[in-house]
Design a protein around this ligand. Structure first.
Ligand SMILES: C[S@@+](CC[C@H](N)C(=O)[O-])C[C@H]1O[C@@H](n2cnc3c(N)ncnc32)[C@H](O)[C@@H]1O
Length: 219
């Protein structure tokens, strides 16, 4: 890959080895892991479903989904993230399909999914609203979009882009729930639901004071 995604993929490749050291990334503590498992159960329809985990990272949420009986396809731009995700599910004896690819256009062909999940991804996409349209198009009728997103307080304070070119990302630093809901609403049938997660320290491994939420909507 030698385009404007290269520095972003390189950043995440370099981050892959230590990514799981964060409590909400590696989900190594049993209470944190249990909190995410319960949250995913409450956000997704009863399965088993075909779930597309876009920007799957090291596959921590993919593994929880597989443990719940869902059939997971994970897509990530960074090959080392994908390698870690594959290894994580293999070590746990769970099936999962992981592809190196761009969440802007997941390389999943004509496949349609019962749910599309993303966590902490849209802030680093070059055209997040186009990505949303692509994800909705990959959902079966009645399928569910589940987006765990937020706006990070510290992001604006860094002052430097996290990777070359990142200063032009439209939702750099995250996106507030109101703005994301406004972008999703025209794409879906019915209600867009938002649940705040910043009071849920058990999900993060410690109290947080920036805006975090899950948005769910059905197509
Ligand atoms: C903050 S991490 C979140 C990982 C995972 N969703 C989680 O919650 O643990 C962001 C992930 O998005 C991936 N990513 C960034 N830009 C991407 C793109 N255009 N397409 C697919 N993945 C991308 C990165 O490689 C990284 O794994």
């Amino acid at each position: 890959m030698t385009d404007d995604r290269t520095p972003i993929a390189a950043y995440w490749d370099a981050a892959a080895a230590s990514f799981d050291d964060e409590p909400d990334h590696g989900l190594r503590a049993a209470p944190t892991r249990a909190a995410w498992a319960a949250a995913l159960r409450s956000w997704l329809p009863a399965g088993p479903l075909d779930v597309l985990d876009v920007g799957c990272g090291t596959g921590s949420l993919s593994l929880l989904l597989a443990e719940e009986g869902h059939r997971v396809t994970g897509v990530d731009l960074a090959p080392r993230m994908v390698g870690r995700a594959r290894a994580k599910l293999a070590a746990a004896g769970r099936a999962g399909r992981f592809l190196v690819g761009d969440a802007m256009e997941p390389p999943t062909g004509e496949a349609r999914f019962g749910a599309v999940l993303c966590r902490h991804l849209v802030w680093t996409l070059p055209d997040p609203e186009a990505a949303l349209r692509g994800w909705v198009a990959r959902l079966r009728p009645g399928g569910r979009l589940v987006m765990v997103e937020g706006r990070w307080r510290e992001a604006g304070e860094r002052g430097v882009p996290y990777a070359a070119g990142a200063e032009t990302l439209p939702w750099s630093g995250g996106v507030g729930a109101g703005e994301l809901a406004a972008a999703v609403r025209p794409l879906v049938r019915g209600e867009v639901r938002v649940e705040r997660l910043d009071g849920r320290a058990e999900l993060w491994g410690a109290p947080v004071d920036d805006e975090r939420y899950v948005l769910t909507a059905d197509v």
